[in-house]
Design a protein around this ligand. Structure first.
Ligand code: NDP
Length: 484
C-alpha cells in the first residue's frame, strides 16, 4: 500500500506542503522501513491552519445543528467503508497488528463520529423559572478555535475522539498528531471535507512538541485538548493557563486491576492480559499493577503464564498475529530497561523478558510475579507489554495500596461478589473503572482520569462540557426594582 500522503498537512480543505519544514520520517516499527517522508509545519503552515479555522468557525457554528451532525454521520460511514485500508495504514504507522486495527481504530473513530453526529441536534440549554414570571435560560455555545494534540498509540481514534465532539458543538479544530504517527489523521481530515465539512473546520498540521506549543500559545485558540504523558501534560497545561484557556488532559497511568479469590479465573486472566498486552501494552489505561488475592494466586499465575506464552508475535500485517512491535527503538529500549530494573530489584520473571525477532522493536509479553509496591516497575508507567503481579490478603489493604499512586486514570475489579465490586470501585481513585471487564471504552461511556492522570472527559454526553460553554440569560418580565 502507498503510505506516503499527498502532502504533509491538510489545511483549509486541502493537502498542503511546505518543504521548508524539517524532514520527518515515518517508519514501520516491524522492520524500521521508511514508509513516508513528511515536513514539520513551518510558522506559515501553522498560521494558515489557525487563520482558516478562525474564518471557518463562525460560519460552521451558524449551521443548523442537524446539518452539522449529518456531516459527522457521513464521515462515520466513509471511515467504515474504508476501514480495511485505514487499518492497514494504521498498522504500518504504529506496528499494531491488523487484527487490532481492523476493529479498534478507525472503527471506534466511526462510532465516535456517529455518536456525536447524532447528538449535535440534541444539544440544548435549559429554561430556569424564577418566580413572578421572571426566568432565565442558558445557551450552549461553541468555544471557538480548538487545538487537539495526540499520542502515537491510537492516532485516528484520538483524532476522532477530539474532532467529533468539538465539531458537533460548533467549534473548529487544528489537530497535531504525534510526529511518530502522522498518517491517519490526514485521512480523517480529507474524509470530513468529503462528507461536507467546510474548509478550515478541521485541519491537521505535522510536527514535534514545538508545533504543538506554538498552537497552544496562539491568542486565537480558545481550548486545548491533549492526549499524552504527564510530563507533556504539565507543559501544555501551563501554557494553556498562561492564556487562561480551558484544557482537557488525557495523560498516563499506573492503574490497578484487583482479582479477588472468588473471581472467574479465565475471565480474570483474560482481563489482565487485555489490560497489559493489547497494542503491545501501549495503552494509557492499562491495569499494569495486577493485585491477586492469595487464595487464587497460584492458579491465576499458572493460567496466566500458559496463555501469555501462547501469544503469537510476528508480522503485524499477518491476520494471525496477536502482538506487534513497540513504536520505536527508543520505546523498546525504555521497556527493556524497566525489565532489567525489575529483575535487579528482585521481581520473579514468570515469562518473557527479552527483545524478540531479528528486526523491528518487538518485546516478548512479560509477566513479573512477586512485585512489591516500592519497585520502580510498580510505580512508573512502562508503556509496553510488562505486567506486574502483586499479592494481597484483605480488601482494605488492597484498596489502600491501589490508591497509593500519583496516577488515577483507570482501575478494574474481578469478583463474583456484586456488593464488594461496587463497594471497592466506589473507593478507588480513578476516573474510569471496570467490573469483570477491562479496557473497554465504548463511546457512550465517559473516559478520563483523576489526580496526575488528568482531567476533563472524552466521550459520552460528558464530552459536551469539554467543548462548549453556557451563556446564562436573565429575563426580567416585570418592572425593574431599583433602590435608587
Ligand atoms: P507525549 O507526551 O510524548 O506526546 C504527546 C503529544 O504532545 C505529541 O503529539 C507530542 O509531540 C506533543 N507535545 C510534546 N511536547 C509538547 C509541548 N511542549 N507542547 C505541545 N505539544 C507537545 O506522549 P506520547 O506520544 O509518548 O504518548 C504516550 C503517553 O500518552 C503515555 O503516557 C500514555 O499514557 C499517554 N496516553 C494517554 C491516553 C489517555 O487518554 N489518557 C491515551 C493514550 C496515551 P511529538 O511527540 O510529536 O513530539
Amino acid at each position: 500500500m502507498q503510505a506516503q500522503p499527498e502532502a504533509s498537512h491538510f489545511v483549509d480543505g486541502r493537502y498542503l506542503e511546505d518543504a521548508a519544514g524539517a524532514v520527518m520520517e515515518s517508519r514501520y516499527p516491524a522492520t524500521d522501513a521508511v514508509i513516508a517522508r513528511l515536513h514539520a509545519a513551518t510558522p506559515a503552515v501553522i498560521e494558515a491552519a489557525l487563520a482558516a479555522a478562525a474564518r471557518a468557525q463562525a460560519d460552521w457554528a451558524a449551521w443548523k445543528p442537524v446539518e452539522r451532525g449529518r456531516v459527522l454521520l457521513r464521515a462515520a460511514a466513509l471511515l467504515r467503508e474504508r476501514n480495511a485500508e485505514l487499518a492497514e495504514l494504521e498498522t504500518l504507522d504504529t506496528g499494531k497488528p491488523i487484527s487490532e486495527t481492523l476493529v479498534a481504530d478507525a472503527a471506534s473513530g466511526a462510532d465516535c463520529l456517529e455518536f456525536f453526529g447524532g447528538l449535535a441536534a440534541a444539544l440544548t440549554g435549559e429554561a430556569i423559572p424564577l418566580g413572578a414570571g421572571d426566568f432565565a435560560y442558558t445557551l450552549r455555545e461553541p468555544l471557538g478555535v480548538c487545538v487537539g494534540i495526540g499520542a502515537w498509540n491510537y492516532p485516528i481514534q484520538i483524532a476522532c475522539w477530539k474532532a467529533a465532539p468539538a465539531l458537533a458543538c460548533g467549534n473548529a479544530m487544528v489537530f497535531k498528531p504525534s510526529e511518530l504517527t502522522p498518517l491517519t489523521a490526514l485521512r480523517l481530515a480529507a474524509v470530513l471535507v468529503e462528507a461536507g465539512a467546510p474548509p478550515g473546520v478541521f485541519s491537521v498540521v505535522q510536527g514535534a512538541g514545538d508545533v504543538g506549543a506554538a498552537l497552544v500559545a496562539d491568542a486565537r485558540v480558545a481550548k486545548v485538548s491533549l492526549t499524552g504523558s504527564v510530563e507533556t501534560g504539565r507543559k501544555v497545561y501551563a501554557a494553556a493557563a498562561a492564556g487562561l484557556k480551558p484544557a482537557t488532559m488525557e495523560l498516563g497511568g499506573k492503574s490497578p486491576l484487583i482479582v479477588f479469590d472468588d473471581a472467574d479465573l479465565e475471565d480474570a486472566v483474560g482481563g489482565a492480559m487485555l489490560g497489559n498486552f493489547y497494542s503491545a501494552g501501549q495503552v494509557c489505561s492499562n491495569g499494569t499493577r495486577v493485585f491477586v488475592q492469595k487464595g487464587i494466586r497460584a492458579r491465576f499465575l499458572a493460567r496466566l503464564a500458559a496463555r501469555t506464552r501462547a501469544i503469537r508475535l510476528g508480522d503485524p500485517l499477518d491476520a494471525d498475529t496477536q502482538m506487534g512491535p513497540l513504536i520505536s527503538a527508543g520505546q523498546r529500549d525504555r521497556v527493556l530497561g524497566y525489565i532489567d530494573g525489575a529483575l535487579a530489584e528482585g521481581a520473579r520473571l514468570l515469562t518473557g523478558g527479552r527483545a524478540w525477532g531479528n528486526a523491528g522493536w518487538f518485546v516478548e509479553p512479560t509477566v513479573f510475579d512477586g512485585v512489591t509496591d516500592a519497585m520502580k516497575v510498580a510505580r512508573e508507567e512502562v508503556f509496553g507489554p510488562v505486567m506486574s503481579v502483586l499479592g494481597f490478603s484483605e480488601e482494605d489493604e488492597v484498596v489502600a495500596r491501589a490508591n497509593a499512586t500519583p496516577f488515577g486514570l483507570a482501575a478494574g475489579v474481578f469478583t463474583r461478589d456484586i456488593a464488594r465490586a461496587h463497594r471497592v470501585v466506589a473507593r478507588l481513585q480513578a476516573g474510569t473503572c471496570w467490573i469483570n471487564s477491562y479496557n473497554l471504552t465504548p463511546v457512550e461511556m465517559p473516559f478520563g482520569g483523576v489526580k496526575a492522570s488528568g482531567f476533563g472527559r472524552e466521550n459520552g454526553r460528558a464530552a459536551v462540557e469539554a467543548w462548549s460553554r453556557l451563556k446564562a440569560v436573565h429575563v426580567g418580565m416585570g418592572p425593574v426594582d431599583a433602590p435608587f
